[in-house]
Design a protein around this ligand. Structure first.
Ligand code: SF4
Ligand code: SF4
Length: 64
């Protein structure tokens, strides 16, 4: 399982990129994307998914 970013809601603030413990978030093709092969859903690192926690837009970082 992995999280994904709803591109149409993302303001491209960039906050999530630096909070991800798995370096799964990248700015690619003019949008922020989560690499599903790298996303661990923060398991073992954090209680809450860090991307969803820091994202200022509700329901923009969600389970894929
Ligand atoms: S859920 Fe965690 S590991 Fe996955 S992209 Fe978000 S911050 Fe990174
Ligand atoms: S924190 Fe949210 S709004 Fe900001 S770049 Fe990440 S997904 Fe987009």
């Amino acid at each position: 399982m992995a999280y994904k970013i709803i591109a149409s809601q993302c303001t491209q603030c960039g906050a999530c990129e630096f909070e991800c413990p798995s370096s799964a978030i990248e700015y690619k093709g003019e949008k922020y994307v989560i690499d599903p092969d790298k996303c661990t859903e923060c398991k073992g690192a954090f209680e809450l998914q860090q991307c969803a926690s820091v994202c200022p837009v509700p329901k923009t970082c969600v389970p894929a």
